[in-house]
Design a protein around this ligand. Structure first.
Ligand code: PMP
Length: 453
């Protein structure tokens, strides 16, 4: 069943119909669509969203995890407005102090980061990391894991969500494009690897090491399927031995499983790290950090001559090009720095993680009472609900879960004022309350009863 309770989301549906006339599919990001139609919001406050029909929701999407301080936190609003007033502009378009402050902060928090470059999105961060790796190693292919998302560009928009029919041998997955418009010759530039299968990954890496610049990985797939320690340690050692760079995509996990990301949990130093989401405190952001000698490949030198036009003795090809009108935006960084300050105060992370654990265990208990096979998996402030008793170690294991029941429950939760994009993970914020948690568990019970009736 894919319809909302009748008469409840009338304005949302009308707005969506209007949007479809002028915006392809009515959404500005494809993943924001779900049937019967997305819900259109008009306001938010703390842990709550309010839609155009005046319905309130407890928000567990939190802008795909970005809003760890919830919606419109006083301290974030104050820090950004005051910074804007203090500097007298929205953006300088030149270097400024907050870039240095944030870089210093990230170097302190992230074991794999010696230097930092800022971007405007997670996508731009992974793109830059990959370009740096190719430039640094002189090799041209990259490896990525099946089921892992790194943003929507050709090199990595492969085998994110392949169907059972097309995915191929689990130990040697096919490269399946997630989009039309990716030239077929580009598919050969990326090798798809099986997550949490060290032996199969090792075989593929050994065979292709001479061509592989880097392996990019979500250390916790989708933010909720953790790499097994043995696997990720093995991968670190293997990539070192084979002269392949290891890129941790911590866009989801950064500041959410630990202030210093998954690399601090696993105590592994990747060569490069991509950050985003929480780093911007609710504003668009990304960053690449990493080892100094790799990062320095993006530093212009006088000889690199990127400033002149024409001329023979140009050496700009020795430098990795990285630019962006809004890179290092001061207001974004003011929001990000205040977010990190908030997270560093008063055992905030610990409290957030405990709250998340309480929600997880209450939900697990509830589903057990109704004899529905279910587990929650995740780390820190992110988790997902998987309707199965089977182990979930990689993308393909998710096929075993009862996703149609999950979808029915999720849709009912939207009727009941709990906002999760159907089948998506749950992210919590520091402003979710005990009452929110209790209401969420109660709503789940109502949704379960309705779904299995
Ligand atoms: N990498 C990961 C792991 C992500 O989760 C995302 C966004 N969901 C991205 C990269 C891309 O980030 P953005 O949407 O900011 O471009």
């Amino acid at each position: 069943d894919t319809s909302f309770e009748s008469g409840v989301k009338v304005q949302s549906e009308a707005m969506f119909q209007r949007a479809k006339q002028v915006i392809p599919g009515g959404i500005s990001a494809n993943i924001k669509y779900f049937p019967p139609h997305p819900i259109v919001m008009k306001q938010a406050n703390g842990s709550h969203l309010i839609d155009v029909d005046d319905q309130r929701y407890i928000d567990y999407l939190l802008c795909y995890g970005a809003l760890i301080t919830g919606h419109g936190h006083d301290r974030i609003v104050k820090a950004t407005t005051e910074h804007m007033q203090q500097i007298g502009t929205t953006i300088f378009g030149t270097p400024h102090e907050l870039e240095v402050k944030m870089a210093e902060k990230l170097i302190n928090l992230y074991p794999g980061i010696d230097m930092v470059r800022f971007t405007n999105s997670g996508l731009e961060a992974t793109l830059l990391a990959i370009r740096m790796a190719i430039a640094y190693t002189g090799k041209e292919k990259i490896g990525k894991f099946e089921g892992h998302y790194h943003g929507g560009f050709n090199q990595v928009l492969l085998s994110v969500n392949p169907s059972e029919k097309e995915a191929g041998n689990p130990r040697q997955p096919h490269a399946i494009p997630e989009s039309k418009g990716i030239p077929t010759h580009e598919l050969k530039q990326t090798i798809i690897l099986p997550f949490n299968d060290l032996e199969a990954t090792e075989n593929i890496l050994r065979e292709n090491a001479h061509q592989l610049a880097a392996i990019i990985i979500e250390p916790i797939q989708g933010g909720f399927i953790p790499a097994e320690p043995e696997f990720i340690n093995g991968l670190r050692k293997l990539t070192e031995d084979l002269d392949i760079l290891l890129i941790f995509d911590e866009v989801k996990t950064g500041f959410r499983v630990h202030l210093g990301g998954a690399q601090s949990v696993y105590q592994i130093k990747p060569d490069l790290t991509a950050l985003g989401k929480v780093l911007g405190g609710g504003f668009p952001v990304g960053a690449v950090g990493g080892k100094k000698d790799i990062m320095m490949i993006s530093a212009p030198t006088q000889e690199s001559d990127i400033f002149s036009v024409g001329g023979e003795s140009r050496r700009k090809n020795d430098v990795v090009f990285h630019s962006g009108t809004y890179n290092g935006h001061p207001i974004v960084l003011a929001a990000g720095l205040e977010t990190i300050r908030l997270l560093e105060e008063d055992h905030t992370m610990e409290k957030l993680f405990n709250k998340t654990s309480r929600l997880r265990s209450s939900l697990e208990k509830l589903y057990r009472q109704y004899d529905i096979p279910m587990k929650t998996i995740g780390m820190g402030s992110i988790f997902n609900i998987i309707l199965t008793n089977q182990p979930i170690r990689n993308y393909r294991d998710m096929w075993k879960a009862n996703s149609s029941l999950r979808q029915t429950i999720d849709l009912e939760l939207l009727n009941l004022g709990i906002y999760v994009k159907p089948l998506n993970r749950y992210s919590l914020s520091i402003v979710h309350t005990e009452e929110d948690i209790n209401q969420t568990v109660e709503a789940h019970e109502q949704a379960i009863v309705k779904a299995i009736m």
